[in-house]
Design a protein around this ligand. Structure first.
Ligand SMILES: *[C@@H]1O[C@H](CO)[C@@H](O)[C@H](O)[C@H]1NC(C)=O
Ligand SMILES: *[C@@H]1O[C@H](CO)[C@@H](O)[C@H](O)[C@H]1NC(C)=O
Ligand SMILES: *[C@@H]1O[C@H](CO)[C@@H](O)[C@H](O)[C@H]1NC(C)=O
Ligand SMILES: *[C@@H]1O[C@H](CO)[C@@H](O)[C@H](O)[C@H]1NC(C)=O
Length: 401
């Protein structure tokens, strides 16, 4: 039997093995979700294998798969698309061609990918931003911030803050015909983490306060303090993202040292003296009753880790641990959550905390939703769910920006 046949046979067995992951009952288009879930789980298995035999690092396999979806900047009849740099940070701009009487609204877009993979150039984001630019007549700035593990915390955030501030300069806004009073900042997943952190920094900086009208967070990750929220337990094995996979990838934003990874998996990673921060993420206080189900609050064990990682107690990493006076200055907020999402509860807690201090929040919750759905709006797999999230987000922008 040839080597290729052997590999093929091996892949088939792995595939069949992963394909049998059950998905929650009320999920629509279940076969497509099972297929995507299987592809991702298989990628994770292959990545583990490659890492163990020293061929490629775990995250590099994911990065390579994601990179297959990168697009060139292609303009169409409605929108001019250009890749350029703001100072030395790569951005992709979407500039509507249609003449406009008024100045245009604008959106700063921050992509997801657990801080280690992806780009605003991925086809699903390209479609989303192109459509948004066309429908709203908006200028869009997609940021290709630096990725971990090569560039660790807070590099990604620094790039996003830099690009946002660069864009907010009067002369830059004027160059693109942007109305300074109609700017939103949007991100999904880890892009949502970055959005929440950027806006907290800007709102608490007198020079930039109230320069951004709104933030849109699409199933964002918002904290790393407690990795055992009810949604972490319920969706530990997915669909789409599993607890182990997301922790393996996202922990690289802090360090490549595996002891942190192991501690995060055990929920024993927080340093001594950090107990006070847990009041901001305590799900037994902030989660709506419906989502507590029969889960019992377990207090995380502190001080087990010898190394100190300042990122773990930093609200630029966990925007959820900002205190109430930092939250109450935040602008109009839009949040999309999905029921079947490992990191769902981060958002639900944040929404409660924002509303408690009077921030205006629009919340769209998709009962049949899964994490990452917005990335499945084109080949190879498109989900109606993804299109629905896209439409909800765009109509919210049309009404609010
Ligand atoms: C250009 O905009 C029109 C009107 O919104 C739309 O029907 C058409 O499909 C758009 N073209 C492309 C290439 O997206
Ligand atoms: C943008 O910056 C990147 C990284 O600094 C650099 O590699 C690239 O050549 C620059 N591109 C342009 C168009 O200036
Ligand atoms: C979390 O909340 C519960 C219930 O309000 C409380 O008993 C517990 O002490 C809190 N834990 C921490 C670490 O704040
Ligand atoms: C909230 O945090 C900020 C920044 O760390 C601090 O300056 C401020 O005193 C805190 N406010 C309260 C009420 O704790």
């Amino acid at each position: 039997m040839g080597y290729k046949t052997l590999c093929f046979g091996f892949s088939c067995v792995l595939f069949a093995y992963s394909v049998y992951s059950p998905v929650p009952e009320n999920i629509e288009e279940p076969w497509k979700v099972i297929f995507m879930d299987a592809v991702i789980k298989m990628t994770s298995l292959v990545a583990t294998l490659f890492e163990n035999i020293g061929l490629m690092k775990y995250e590099e396999v994911f990065f390579t798969v994601a990179a297959l979806q990168f697009t060139e900047p292609v303009s169409d009849e409605n929108v001019t698309v250009v890749d350029t740099n703001f100072s030395d940070i790569p951005v992709r701009l979407y500039l509507p061609k249609r003449k406009s009487e008024r100045q245009r609204p604008a959106i700063v877009f921050i992509h997801g990918g657990a801080f280690v993979l992806g780009s605003c150039k991925m086809s699903a984001y390209d479609d989303l931003n192109r459509l948004t630019a066309n429908k709203l007549g908006a200028v869009i700035v997609g940021i290709d911030y630096r990725l971990a593990p090569q560039y660790q915390f807070p590099a990604a955030l620094e790039d996003c803050v830099f690009v946002t501030k660069f864009f907010l300069q009067d002369k830059v806004l004027a160059k693109y015909g942007v109305d300074p009073a109609r700017i939103c900042i949007t991100g999904d997943s880890s892009g949502g983490t970055l959005v929440a952190a950027v806006i907290q920094l800007l709102q608490n900086d007198p020079e930039f306060k109230d320069r951004i009208k709104a933030q849109a967070l699409i199933y964002p990750g918002l904290q790393v303090l407690d990795t055992s929220l009810p949604s972490h337990r319920e969706y530990e094995h997915g669909p789409i993202v599993s607890r182990e996979m997301i922790i393996k990838l996202a922990s690289l934003y802090v360090t490549e040292d595996k002891t942190l990874l192991q501690a995060l998996l055990r929920n024993e990673h927080m340093p001594p003296g950090s107990r006070d921060l847990f009041k901001f993420v305590n799900w037994s206080d902030f989660l709506p009753e419906k989502y507590k189900k029969n889960y019992v609050y377990r207090e995380p064990v502190l001080g087990k880790l010898n190394d100190a990682y300042p990122a773990l107690v930093d609200n630029r990493m966990s925007p959820l641990i900002a205190n109430d006076s930092q939250l109450q200055v935040l602008p109009l907020t839009y949040v999309v959550t999905c029921e079947h999402d490992l990191i769902r509860d981060d958002s639900l807690i944040y929404i409660t905390r924002l509303r408690n201090v009077g921030v205006q929040v629009t919340h769209d919750h998709l009962e049949e939703g899964i994490h990452g759905a917005l990335s499945f709006t084109g080949a190879p797999v498109f989900l109606h769910l993804g299109l629905r999230i896209r439409d909800k987000y765009i109509s919210w922008l049309e009404e609010n920006l």
